[in-house]
Every structure is written in C-alpha cells, then in structure tokens.
Design a protein around this ligand. Structure first.
Ligand SMILES: Nc1nc2c([nH]c(=O)n2[C@@H]2O[C@H](COP(=O)(O)OP(=O)(O)OP(=O)(O)O)[C@@H](O)[C@H]2O)c(=O)[nH]1
Length: 152
C-alpha cells in the first residue's frame, strides 16, 4: 500500500506533466528535555519564514542519512550522531512533489549556528511557533500521538 499524498495549495494540478518525486532528508532533533528543534525557512526560499524541521534535498548519489548529515552541518552547524529513520510522507506542493524522510536524532556535536538566516526554537508540544509548513503539520501530530502512548 502506498502512503497517502498530502496536497497543499492545489499541488501541481493533476493532468499537467508528470513531476519528479524529490527526496528530502529531515531531522527531528530531540534534546535531553524531550524538546524538538524547529527552524524557519530561510529568506528567499519557498514558504520563507514558515517553521519546519531542518533538512534538505538529497544530492545525487546520497542516501537519506548522508544527506541529513550534510544538510544539518551546512544549515545549522552541527555534526549529528546516530540517525534513526522514523516516518516518511509525500507532499504535493505547487512548487514540487516531495517525499519527506523524517529521522530522529538525539546526539550531535557543536553549537547551533544558523548559516542561512533562519531562526530556531526548541519546542515542546503543542508548539508555539507559527506558521508551520503544511508538510510539517502532520509530523507534530505524529509526535503528539507517540507522546500520548508513551509519556516521558
Ligand atoms: N527541511 C524540511 N523540508 C520540508 C519539511 N516539510 C516539508 O514539506 N518540506 C519540504 O521539503 C522541501 C525541502 O526543500 P528545501 O528547499 O528546504 O531543500 P534544500 O535546502 O536542499 O533547498 P535548495 O538547495 O533547493 O535551496 C521543500 O519543498 C519543503 O517545502 C520539513 O519539515 N523540513
């Protein structure tokens, strides 16, 4: 069975040319207090200023873990430890059809440095930051469901 596709803002309008599915590695960094790192989309990118989990597109030849390590070092200045693949989802945006590979990360080295002009916040559930990127909203619900089943 394939995952449902979340269509955002009308998506790519069915019937148009078939679009490539772009793989994206996303890191859910969780600190020792159980808080989640959220960052804003950098200036100049689509959905600028919306809150998301840090990450980015896979480059040619990379797997999800490699892409996540590179992106988090480039974007927020940390070297991550173990990567735990967690959930995946497909989102159909007007600008792209993306497959999001969410991974949990509990260990990293280095201090957070926002290299692309982002803002960051360590958030507990329910998060206070707004607006959240549409493809990221369901992830917060998954985390809340998990927390309800296994409270810290
Ligand atoms: N990093 C990240 N991307 C997300 C999340 N949710 C979500 O829908 N996306 C989508 O995944 C895609 C990520 O692409 P990006 O533009 O951030 O990737 P990138 O840094 O490699 O971009 P660039 O190299 O094209 O500038 C965007 O279409 C974004 O809307 C999320 O929680 N984190």
């Amino acid at each position: 069975m394939t995952d449902p596709v979340l269509v955002v803002d009308g998506g790519g309008q069915q019937g148009a040319t078939v679009r490539p599915l772009v793989d994206v590695a996303v890191g859910v960094l969780i600190d020792s207090a159980g808080r989640y790192l959220l960052t804003t989309r950098p200036p100049g990118k689509v959905y600028e200023g919306y809150w998301e989990f840090p990450g980015g597109k896979l480059e040619s030849g990379e797997d999800v873990e490699q892409a996540l390590r590179r992106e988090l070092q480039e974007e927020i200045g940390v070297v991550i430890g173990k990567v735990q693949p967690w959930r995946a989802s497909t989102v159909d945006y007007p600008h792209a059809l993306v497959r999001l590979h969410f991974c949990k990360v509990y260990e990293w080295a280095g201090s957070l440095r926002m290299h692309e002009g982002q803002t960051f916040s360590w958030e507990s559930l329910p998060v206070r930051c707004h607006p959240v990127l549409p493809g990221t909203v369901p992830v917060l619900a998954w985390l809340a469901e998990e927390a309800a089943v296994a409270p810290r």
